[in-house]
Design a protein around this ligand. Structure first.
Ligand code: HEC
Length: 504
């Protein structure tokens, strides 16, 4: 009986299929495609592996001496750093530490001890400028909870081979994590929020991986600025004004930006009102920006999930969005050779910010696009452009590679040597590594343009050095400059002399 029912059923199904086929339901169209796999991406400076190990937790191996110093609640971390020899590990027990820590020695590991969810807390009380400043090489900063500082959470000043990981950086001033002028470093597994400029800011650096971080409620989530060979991967970046940015700030001493891989990130709902210091460069970032590439070359955007960013999902642009920022004759403004592989994009452009409406006026429909190239580059490439709503990519060709999986990291396998005095004298190094974090030549960053300072101080480097040691509030529309008294007098004077001779 069952058998009979089955047979009848099958016959009815067959007949039905036949009937439907005859009566207008279209049979599937089979298109034969040439399915030759595309080659993988090639890039100089990358550590290439046969199979992507992108999911591995990576580290740099820097030498340790076996010296261990333990800092307990009520003691001073800075005292421990002063007592330490290069190669020491400094363990910081849970507790509250109200101080700024300067690390000017090599291969120091500053490592918080977490017990039952309790962290060592560096508490700035809204008074102190910086939590951790390092200028040594091979410095690791990990497992700290940093909050309420006015300037930087963790800032590197020309230190190479750095590791900044597993930290909480909460409501802490201008820059959350800011390696400046560093080569070969890792920023990973940090949770960064409430920063009024950039949560994670890679400035004038080379060979850096920014991976597995959570960055939210800040103006710029992750910013790769005037840097080369940066991998930004597997980060969760949401509710910032702009999510992930790769750009040139005009007027900084290092002029180029390139080889940036923005891969496998979640870039979601970056619609936060812009609360940057008015007039600063990032105050020009339109709310609702997912990925913004300004004047940075050879940027690959691959495998990201980019949703709910109200202005634009991915923007490639020249300096036209940078508001009042002066052009820099030494920085070519176009975002050359943009490369957009497959990304998942949905629900972007629902309510473009006024600045975006102005720039795109002629091309904008009611909503903003997933992808826009405001320049209309003719050397760009993209895969599957039909999947997105786009503006300005008419000259893009199809990318001749479909994956960057062969590139596991932009860090280098061996520690690189320290920046030596042969490459840079003391003044130049201090200016690049410290002052240029806030002073660009012709445009306003956090501090006034170098050009204006030159006009004020012409033949008076001593005056600059003195001001840098004991800054007083001068301009109502600028924040107060943090004292640079941790630099010795000779270094301050050398930096001041260098500042007076910068020409672009
Ligand atoms: C964290 C950001 C920051 C860093 C780093 C920084 N500055 Fe400043 N600087 C500022 C700000 C903000 C002002 C404006 C302060 C004001 O007008 O009240 C300023 C103003 C100045 C002025 C103008 C003083 C005047 O008389 O108007 C000089 C000179 C100066 N900085 C020198 C330096 C030097 C030299 C360095 C490096 C050793 C440096 N700054 C590093 C933020 C910074």
């Amino acid at each position: 009986m069952n058998k009979i029912a089955l047979v009848i059923g099958a016959a009815v199904l067959l007949a039905g299929g036949y009937y439907v086929g005859q009566s207008g339901q279209k049979p599937a169209t089979v298109i034969k495609v040439d399915s030759q796999p595309k080659a993988a991406f090639t890039s100089t400076g990358a550590e290439e592996v046969a199979q992507s190990s992108a999911a591995t937790v990576r580290s740099l191996v820097t030498p340790t001496s076996g010296e261990l110093i333990v800092v307990k609640d009520g003691e001073s971390i800075q005292d421990a750093v002063v007592a330490a020899s290069p190669g020491a590990v400094i363990k910081v027990m849970p507790g509250t530490y109200k101080e700024t820590v300067y690390i000017d020695k090599d291969n120091i590991t500053l490592s918080g001890v977490i017990e039952q969810g309790k962290y060592p807390v560096l508490e700035g009380e809204g008074l102190r400028n910086d939590a951790v400043l390092y200028s040594g090489n091979g410095v690791t900063v990990e497992n700290l909870y940093i909050t309420h500082y006015k300037g930087n959470g963790v800032m590197g000043q020309a230190g190479n081979n750095f590791v900044i990981r597993n930290n909480f950086i909460v409501d802490t001033g201008v820059y959350g994590i800011f390696p400046q002028l560093g080569k070969n470093g890792i920023v990973s597994h940090n949770i960064v929020s409430g920063i009024e400029d950039a949560g994670i800011y890679i400035g004038m650096s080379d060979n850096v991986d920014v991976v597995f971080n959570q960055v939210f409620d800040s103006v710029a989530g992750i910013e790769i600025e005037n840097s080369r060979h940066a991998l930004v991967e597997s980060n969760f970046v949401y509710n910032n004004t702009g999510g992930i940015l790769a750009f040139i700030t005009p007027g900084l001493p290092i002029k180029s930006c390139g080889d940036v891989l923005i891969r496998n990130n979640f870039i979601v709902d970056n619609n936060h009102e812009n609360f940057a210091i008015p007039g600063s460069l990032v105050s020009n970032i339109p709310a609702g920006t997912g990925v913004l590439v300004m004047a940075c070359d050879d940027v690959v955007v691959e495998g990201n999930i980019i949703t709910g960013n109200d202005s634009v999902g991915i923007t490639f642009t020249d300096f036209s969005l940078a508001g009042n920022a002066a052009n820099d004759p030494d920085s070519e403004p176009n975002p050359n050779r943009p490369k957009i592989l497959n990304n998942i994009m949905r629900n972007n452009g629902n309510d473009p910010a006024p600045a975006v409406r102005v720039v795109l006026a002629a091309m904008l429909e009611t909503t903003g696009p997933d992808i826009v190239d405001t320049v209309g580059m003719d050397d760009g490439c993209i895969l599957n452009p039909e999947r997105y709503r786009t503006i300005g990519i008419g000259k893009y060709t199809e990318c001749d590679f479909s994956t960057t999986a062969n590139i596991a990291s932009y860090t280098l396998p061996e520690p690189v040597p320290a920046r030596s005095m042969e490459d840079m004298d003391k003044g130049k190094l201090a200016f690049y590594g410290i002052c240029a974090g806030c002073h660009a030549y012709g445009s306003r960053m956090i501090g006034p343009p170098t050009q204006i300072i030159q006009a004020l101080y012409m033949d008076n480097p001593e005056g600059i050095a003195e001001y840098a040691a004991n800054p007083v509030k001068k301009r109502p529309d600028y924040p107060q400059m943090p004292p640079q008294s941790h630099l010795d007098e000779e270094t301050r004077l050398a930096a001041a002399r260098y500042m007076l001779q910068v020409t672009h």
